[in-house]
Ligand binder design. Structure first.
Ligand code: TNX
Length: 502
């Protein structure tokens, strides 16, 4: 049946059900959005209106919500009696994706169908994910992509039953979210003069201005689209490091306002960071207020990674602040900063998530850690009773090469093969049951320094994201069996025009 991710339990019986022009759809009131999704993803390409049906029967699809099931759980029965889908509160969109994959691959074709017979084998499926955080991160700061591509990534994530799309919206090289209160963030911060070419050490530039941003309206619409597919968009505003685009727009945010510098054109870690004044804290809070208006996500990502401490060590103002706050060193300033943001988010009923450097100088109460420099950050966090999402660069950095570099397009470095991704175990060995319970899941990272085009993003993301999705769903098994399923799955990706690595 070649489903990816593989369902937790599946049994087949001989025979097949046919989706036809006359097939009806009977949906509970609570299943209205899933019914629309089914019409869009299954009915329309199959040439069936899936008109509302009055009663269940052999020629109907029945959609029900059963709050007794786990949130993301679903049941799917296909038999001579028709199709019956039951989902927990957030389970139905995943069942729709399963039904879609059970149909011939042509259901993924975007043009008119070639008159395929829309047969679905008789099956009984009981399915639920092992992990509640199944994510993919897209860095839209190093390279901006058209908003249509964000929709496509959401749809491709949904196809693989992921439930988080994390948008890295700001960095040294660009600020991508419109903020009404601070228009220069996008007027100035969304544009850079040129981009670095080749590897970091080569010092070559393309001489071509680059930039772009998303309006709040565009992002709100994206959030709504994602929600109907079971996906939460987690926004990231990276602070207090990786902030050069904002400092270029508002130099008073930096430690040395007299030394204005443009939006960065090179990659890497930049020394220039936010200052630690109350005014700058207020700026961050104001930005986050607008982020909260647009993104209903429980978690809000504040970055926290790679914040060099030199400016805080050398700035008399930062040193005075440090003494005033009674803090021992600049590392402690970082955790103080993150703590202020966590408190702000908590006041608004949200939770802070950050890269594992937020452990530096003491972990903020309630903070969730994204463990990227290996697994230790996640292990420490989970043992201390904090939630963690496991994103070690060794297994989940899809900006790394996926095969030996000769013959591959330029990538940042590293080597993470499909097989390595598939073998990843998100719960590190040695965690006791309680700590293991704090591992929320895992996520693939598409850092985009070396991903100038959307086709290139797809090339790096797929098929590795197919493998990680199955790891996160919790049903990964034999690699050989997976690759066989993947061969069939590739036909779906072909119809969708995904530029995956063959
Ligand atoms: C480290 S991972 C970074 C990013 C880079 C990435 C490149 C992390 C939290 N910070 O700024 O894009 O490496 O792989």
């Amino acid at each position: 049946m070649h489903l990816i991710p593989r369902p937790a339990r599946l049994t087949t019986t001989p025979g097949a059900w046919q989706l036809t022009e006359t097939t009806g759809l009977l949906a509970d009131p609570a299943a209205g959005e899933a019914a629309e999704l089914l019409r869009e993803l299954v009915g329309r390409p199959a040439g069936s209106k899936l008109a509302p049906a009055a009663e269940p029967g052999p020629d109907t699809i029945r959609l029900r919500v059963d709050p007794a099931l786990a949130d993301e759980e679903y049941r799917l029965s296909v038999s001579a009696e028709g199709v019956v889908i039951t989902g927990g509160r957030r389970g139905l969109p995943f069942a729709v994706q399963t039904l879609r994959q059970l149909l011939p691959a042509e259901i993924f074709a975007t043009g008119p169908d070639g008159g395929a017979a829309w047969a679905v084998p008789y099956v009984e499926i009981e399915d639920a994910p092992r992990f509640g955080w199944r994510g993919v991160m897209l860095d839209v700061a190093r390279h901006w992509y058209p908003v249509e591509f964000l929709y496509r990534m959401v749809d491709l994530a949904a196809l693989h039953k992921l439930n988080v799309v994390h948008l890295h919206l700001t960095d040294d090289q660009g600020w991508r979210m419109e903020i009404d209160r601070y228009p220069r963030l996008t007027e100035v911060g969304a544009w850079r003069a040129e981009s670095m070419l080749g590897h970091y050490t080569e010092g070559r530039y393309d001489g071509v201005p680059h930039g772009g941003f998303y309006t709040k309206r565009e992002l709100r619409d994206l959030v709504a689209h994602a929600r109907t597919r079971g996906i939460t968009i987690v926004p990231e505003i990276d602070m207090p490091g990786h902030m050069r685009a904002a400092i270029a727009a508002y130099p008073e945010l930096g430690d040395d306002p007299g030394r204005a510098r443009p939006v960065a054109t090179d990659w890497g870690v930049h020394e220039q960071v936010l200052n630690v004044s109350e005014e700058t804290i207020a700026f961050c809070r104001h930005v986050l207020e607008e982020v909260l208006e647009v993104f209903p996500s429980e978690w809000i990502h504040v970055g926290g990674d790679e914040c060099p401490k030199r400016e805080w060590e050398e700035s008399p103002r930062a040193q005075a602040r440090l003494r005033e706050l009674g803090l021992p060193d600049a590392d402690a300033l970082q955790s103080w900063f993150i703590g202020r943001m966590a408190a702000f988010l908590a006041e608004h009923g949200r939770r802070l998530i950050g890269w594992d450097e937020i452990l530096q100088g003491g972990l903020t109460p309630g903070a969730t850690v994204m463990s990227w420099r290996g697994e230790q950050g996640g292990i420490d966090a989970a043992r201390a009773g904090h939630d963690a999402v496991m994103c070690p660069h060794t297994h989940t950095y899809f900006d790394f090469y996926q095969a030996e570099p000769d013959g591959e397009p330029l990538a940042i470095g590293g080597l993470t093969t499909l097989e390595q991704v598939y073998a990843y175990q998100p719960v590190p060995a040695g965690l006791d049951a309680e700590a293991a319970g704090h591992v929320l899941g895992t996520q693939g990272q598409l850092w985009s320094e070396y991903l100038p085009t959307t086709a290139h993003v797809e090339y790096m993301a797929f098929p590795r994201l197919c493998a990680l999705a199955e790891v996160a769903w919790g049903t990964a098994g034999e690699y050989a069996e997976f690759t066989e399923r993947l061969l069939a799955h590739r036909r779906r990706l072909d119809h969708l025009g995904v530029a995956y690595r063959r």
